[in-house]
Every structure is written in C-alpha cells, then in structure tokens.
Design a protein around this ligand. Sequence first.
Ligand SMILES: Cc1cc2nc3c(=O)[nH]c(=O)nc-3n(C[C@H](O)[C@H](O)[C@H](O)COP(=O)(O)OP(=O)(O)OC[C@H]3O[C@@H](n4cnc5c(N)ncnc54)[C@H](O)[C@@H]3O)c2cc1C
Length: 606
Amino acid sequence: MTAPGFGAELFLGRLRTGLLTPPPGDPRRLGDADEQFLTRLREFCENKVDSHLIEREDRIPDQVIEGLKDLGAFAIKIPQEYGGLGLSGRCYLRALMLVNSTHSALGELLAAHQAIGLPQPLLLFGTDEQKRAFLPRCVHEISAFALTEPEIGNDPFRMHTTAVPDRSRDTYTLSGVKLWTTNGTIADLLVVMAMVPPAEDRPGGMTAFVVEADTPGVTVEHRSSFLGLRGLENGVIRLHDVAVPAANRIGEEGEGLTVALAAQETGRLSLPAVCAAAAKWSAKVAREWAGARVQWGRPIGEHDAVAGKLAYIAATAFALEAMVEISGGRADLGGDTALEAELAKLFASEHGWLVADELMQLRGGRGYETAESAAARGERGVPVERLLRDLRIGRIFDGSTEALRSFIADAVLTHHRTAADTTLDAPGSGEAPADYPVGSRVLAGHLLFVEQAARRIAGPFAEFARRPESELGTFQRHLGRLVDIGAELYAMSTACAYAEALGGTDDAPVRLADMFCRQARIRIAELFARLVANTDGHDRALARAVLAGDFTWLEEGVVDPSIDGPWIAEPKPGAAIGPDLRRRTVTSGVGASPDLTECKGADDGR
Ligand SMILES: Cc1cc2nc3c(=O)[nH]c(=O)nc-3n(C[C@H](O)[C@H](O)[C@H](O)COP(=O)(O)OP(=O)(O)OC[C@H]3O[C@@H](n4cnc5c(N)ncnc54)[C@H](O)[C@@H]3O)c2cc1C
C-alpha cells in the first residue's frame, strides 16, 4: 500500500511539509533536455502560430498541428523506447503553459491526447504488445478519449454504448453515440468506454477499448462549438457495429472506470497548468495596463480598489505556479498524488476564473472588446475576453467543481475510516512548528496556521466518517466547504514550499507567498464562518418548491430565445445518416513518423 500523500495527511490534521519538498536546486530550471525542448516549443509558438487566425477561423491550421508533431509535442512523456521524447511530467506541464498561453485550443489539443487520450491509459494498463503497437503511433497520430454521452455527465453509470463480445472471432462489436469528444473530429485513435453486457460466463461492465478512427462504422456526426475554445476539434462520434479486436481491450472487462479514473488522475494537473499560465499572463497585462491607464489624475493601479485586484492577481499567479510546480514535482517522483491533483484542479479552476474576471474588470471596456476590434481601431489587441471565455469550461469539465468536492470528501472520509482502523498517529501530530523547513519566520507563521486549521477540519471529517453514508447527502455543501478549506490550505502550503525553494529569505517570492497566505486566511475564515451561519436547510426547502413549480409566475414577462428540442437527445441507435465530418490533417492516416532524434532527453525511465 502506498504511503498517504500530503493531501491525505492534511485532512487528517497533520502537516507533513517534508512531503512537499522539491528536489534541491533552482526549481525554475528543469533538466537540459527538458529546457531545450521548451526553448524550441517557445520559438515555434512565437514565430509559427497566429493565434488570432485560429480564433477567427475556428480552426488550428494543419501546418501548426504538423509542426507540433515534428517537435515531439504529442509525445513529451512517451518513453524513448517507443519513439517519444521521454521528458519529465513538469516539462509537459510547462509545455502546456506555453502552448495554452499562445491559444487555448492548442493546449486542449495536446492535453486531450496526452492527459486523457491513448498514451496515458496504455502506459498505466496496456500490455507489452499494446504498448509496442500503439505508443509509437501516439508520437505522430492524434488520440481522443470518448466517455461522455448525452445521458452521461458526471455520472458515468448511465452509459448506453455497448461492446458485445464475439468469442469466435475474438472481437467486440461496439455501438453507441459519444458526445463532446475533444480531438474526436481529427483523431486517428480513440479510447472508447463501453458496457460489456453481463452474461453467464462473464460479469461484463464498463470497459476501455482502442478504436481505429477509420474502422467502418465510426462516423464523426457533428463538430461542436462552445462559448470559448475556438479551434477545438470536438464533436459527436457515432459507433455502429464497429468490430474491434479483443486485443484492443485495455485492462479487463469491467475495469473501464478504473482505467478512466487513473488516466484522469495523472492528467489532472493539466488544467492547473493552464490556469497558472492564464494567471501569469493576467499578471503581466494587469501590471502594464494599470500603470499606463490614467484616470482621475493617477494611474488606475494607484486607486485603492484596483490595487486590491493587482495584489490578488499577482499573489494568485504565484500560488498557482507553486501548486503546479510542487505537485508536478511530487508526481514525477511517483507515489500517490491523486488527492493533491484533485485539490489543485479544484482550486486552480476556481481561482483562474476569478483572476480572469478581475483582469477584465481592470481593463474596463477594453476588457470586453475583442483583440481584433481594438487592433482595427489602432490599439493593442489584448485578448482578455477570449481568456475569460476559454477559462470558464475549467470549472465544468475534467470533474466539475461540485463533483470534485464530493470526490475529495469521499476520499477524505475513506482516509479517516482507514486511519481509525489502522491506528495511525492521532490527528494533529504532524511536524512541530519549530521543524518547518522554512527560513522565513513569516512563512513559518503561515504554516503554523495551516496546521491549526487542518486540525479544525480533521475533527468534523472524523465525525462524518463515523456516520452512515446514507446520512451524508444533505451535508454536501457543508462537506464542500471543508474541502474548500483543505484546498486553500494545500495552496498555502505549496506557496510556502515554493517560495522557500526559490530562495528562502529572498524577498520577492516570500513576499508573494506571504500575500497569498494572508488573502487565503481571510477566505478560510469566511468558509469556517459559513459552516455555522448558512442557509443550507432553507435553500433545500426553497429548491424543492422551485422544482415543484411554485414560483413560475416569477418567470413571466421575459422571452425564452432557446431553440426548441428535448433537453437531452435520445440516443438513436443505427447507422449514420449524415456525412462523416472527420477532418483529415495533412498526414493523418499516413503514419509518417517525425525524426525526434535531436529532441530527445536522457530518458530515465519516466
Ligand atoms: C469543451 C468540452 C470538452 C470536453 N471533452 C471531453 C472529452 O474529451 N471526453 C469526454 O468523454 N468528455 C468530454 N467532455 C464532457 C465533460 O467531461 C462533461 O461535460 C463533464 O463531465 C460534465 O458533465 P455534464 O456536462 O453532462 O454535466 P452534468 O453531469 O449534467 O452536471 C450538470 C450540473 O450538475 C452538477 N452535478 C451533477 N451531479 C452532481 C452531484 N452528484 N452533486 C452535485 N452536483 C452535481 C454539476 O456539477 C453541474 O453543475 C467535454 C465537455 C466540454 C464542454
């Protein structure tokens, strides 16, 4: 059994700062091969990508996709023995920061392939034959992960897609409709989740398969468009009597959810990296603009209300980078970092969004105007409205905020039940405040606060862990607030650890970490207060009345511009009736492998 990570210990009331310590040396600098790759990627993004063209045409040009393949950007973590670059997880996260700040659709293109697409499930669960067959293809072919269906959102158990085994032909026949598959409209390879029906000789259950996108019966029926993420290749994929070799099954029958969750867990730091990049860019724009824009006789940054926004954006950008770097470093060392990654995703997607919103406010009308419109009338085209549109999805996909709070609460309750059974140390017996490995007294003070607050949330969690699970439903928001406090504490801890690693007593990082911790402590105090003073019970009663239609009179006097149709489309089984909208990029299906010899790292088995 793997030792509990920092997050699990924190929720047990124990502060194990040693579990956050990054490797010695400057945490900003990665290995030589990592750095060389990132330099090439940066040059490519700056010189070969026109992000405004992607936005305007809602399409990533073929040559950009091919250029990224040639750089090895689709194979950053794929080991060299399979033709990949074999670089570190932190290098992958920094690559995402570079491409995502160029245009968000590029970040999604790479993350959907590497975080949830084929490489990750194969590396975790694939047989040797599967790895040899598919991983070299993942270097130059694009993959996608297809779980969602009209009936499936956060609840994967309402799956309609079936995989019926034919033992005589050693195949499965897949049928169903998959919704919102990112990369699905250009993918060469799909990871498809389907239900194997139970029978006398098999338990069946949700199972993962590798499906070649050009197999007869696979049709891209629709390309979806969204609030943001223009250029995203996302769509509806119909599978009708698709014959898939049994050798393409990943893991055993019934292990699909384990495969999906494990792949998601390792990829879950992708979104925090995207949010950190957004916050870092926001810090730059906010600083430049708030210094240049003069209103009422002073740069707006000197007005108190705007100064508050600048301080929040700068401190949060530091904390998000700290979270990604520290969590990413721990993930590279191996071990179980699932809970930390979930905390990072929850915190980063919520605060990334708030940062973007504050940036828009600070930019005033120019924040709401498109970059192209501003440029056309002779001003700098700063795509803040695009940032806001692109970031909003972070709170919804990859585990919605509400779902994540529940997953984390469940995991914490399980830790508490196990801790009680296995007589772990009593809650609160973490490192003594005097032992905090930080040179700064200011940061040590914040870590002392973290330890005390961690004990305060461990108590209620221990109490809930003793209750029957059937009683916990009505405490979803209460548990959610406890989880949010834990996420803030995790952010404070990583900010302190990162500031320490950046220079200990060096003024700038300590100052940012201190500022972040001060702001977080106020939010934590508010969350603690709302554990006691809230309207949860009244809200539940009112929500029941709303659902019962008691207040429909309130909805009168407005027009509903929705286009008519069912709330959720009924899955219609059968063959596709429309054309296949799959977009074939220059080399898709050709199988030409780029020569990545110059790009490769020292591959130490990561
Ligand atoms: C741009 C985009 C890209 C995507 N890419 C992919 C992809 O590559 N592959 C893929 O398989 N899917 C993909 N998805 C699907 C995505 O993962 C789902 O949208 C996400 O899981 C949420 O599901 P849903 O939209 O059906 O929301 P629902 O599950 O219907 O949730 C609706 C609301 O109810 C809340 N809610 C639901 N259940 C609970 C609960 N038990 N307790 C409290 N609140 C609850 C949710 O938090 C949310 O606020 C993508 C979606 C989008 C929009």
